[in-house]
Design a protein around this ligand. Structure first.
Ligand SMILES: NC(=O)c1ccc[n+]([C@@H]2O[C@H](COP(=O)([O-])OP(=O)(O)OC[C@H]3O[C@@H](n4cnc5c(N)ncnc54)[C@H](O)[C@@H]3O)[C@@H](O)[C@H]2O)c1
Length: 340
């Protein structure tokens, strides 16, 4: 079943953007895929490569475009930005990606979004950039979705399945909170084939610790081995987009502006959210353990501090490179990469 929907990917020449485009092509659901990138030739090359496979997969409009395509796009995905280095936290990226993202938001709002458009934020630090997008895009908060812990949750389920030697698609388990070091594993509702994980033969605290450590370190491991994540994040982006396009109403841990769920507000992070037509249709409140609830509050605190540091840095002097302190970094000059 196809849907008349054009998806534009800003950063579409890069690894994440092109992997998302390929996943959307294989999904065959949306009718148009447009790749936009500062590196125009790269976007053209990726679009051409995808186009060559069109006859084998799906009848879609595939193109390379520019920012003017925003005004005709139903969904705009932002994957433009710099990747983490293996030893860098995602929050370190705030120093390098915030300026770039705000520049893109300015361009998008001056071109103008289509009525009822959605913005899907993927670039890191994704929760911080999603918060800025909610504030500045002019779109209703329900239509601004960060990828949040959708990828972490996919990794968590897949790693747990491999460890317990069970079918990956039958494992249900969530990662909530920050897409980053303070992410929270929700063991209390984990299940396999509808059966509670805690009763599953062989499961226990030792395996839980091992699986969560592997999940939390998964991004850095992939970056170290192959330079950056591509396939799984592409599929995670497709999951969100197809849930919107087909009004599937899947419950996904996207990052959105929380409005009081879990006693959290004035921050964007991942809580279970029903995704369908209109975007974030509702936040779902689970009965969490006290440890899980505390974990979520900790993620919110970490993210609020980072947002405050970013806003403070900008209001002091928006023309000069400034520095945001994150936990893993000391003094990374913001925008230093731009002068290289
Ligand atoms: N949220 C998640 O789960 C998740 C997972 C993986 C990666 N990421 C993030 O995605 C981002 C992209 O990662 P990648 O591996 O694709 O990097 P990449 O370097 O392969 O691609 C980034 C692309 O952005 C383009 N770009 C830079 N500035 C631009 C601008 N102003 N306008 C248009 N295009 C621009 C670059 O030319 C490049 O092609 C990073 O911030 C990374 O941390 C997020």
């Amino acid at each position: 079943m196809g849907v008349l929907m054009k998806v534009s990917i800003i950063g579409g020449g890069g690894l994440v953007g092109s992997s998302a485009a390929y996943a959307l092509q294989c999904g065959g659901v949306v009718s148009g895929i447009c790749l936009i990138d500062a590196n125009k030739e790269l976007a053209q090359g990726q679009a051409l490569d995808l186009l060559h496979g069109a006859s084998l997969v799906a009848d879609q409009r595939i193109s390379a475009g520019d920012m003017s395509d925003v005004k005709t796009s139903d969904i705009v995905v932002v994957t433009a930005g710099l990747r983490r280095k293996p030893d860098e936290s995602r929050l370190d990226l705030i120093n390098r990606n915030v300026e770039l993202f705000l520049g893109l938001l300015d361009q998008m709002t001056s071109v103008g979004f289509k009525d009822n458009a959605y913005l899907v934020v993927v670039s890191n630090p994704v929760d911080v950039l999603t918060y800025l997008a909610v504030k500045r895009s002019g779109l209703p908060w329900q239509r601004v979705l960060g990828l949040g812990t959708v990828l972490d949750t996919a990794r968590f389920r897949s790693i747990l399945a491999k460890r317990l030697q069970v079918a990956a698609t039958q494992v249900n388990a969530l990662i909530l909170g920050e897409h980053g070091d303070s992410m929270v594993p929700i063991w209390s509702s984990a299940s396999i084939g509808g059966l509670p994980l805690e009763q599953w033969p062989g499961s226990g605290p030792e395996i839980e610790r091992e699986v969560f450590e592997a999940t939390n370190g998964a991004g850095a491991q992939v970056i170290k081995l192959k330079g950056g994540a591509g396939f799984a994040v592409g599929l995670a982006i497709r999951e969100v987009i197809e849930s919107i396009a087909l009004d599937k109403r899947r419950v996904l841990p996207v990052s959105t502006s929380v409005q009081g769920a879990y006693d959290l507000r004035d921050v964007c992070l991942s809580v279970p959210t029903e995704i369908g037509c209109g975007g974030a249709r509702k936040h779902i409140e689970l009965a969490l353990t006290p440890k899980e609830r505390l974990g979520l509050q900790n993620s919110a605190r970490v993210l609020r501090e980072t947002i405050a540091a970013a806003e403070e840095g900008r209001s002091r002097d928006s023309t000069k490179p400034t520095t945001v302190q994150t936990r893993a970094s000391k003094e990374i000059p913001r925008m230093a990469w731009q002068s290289k």
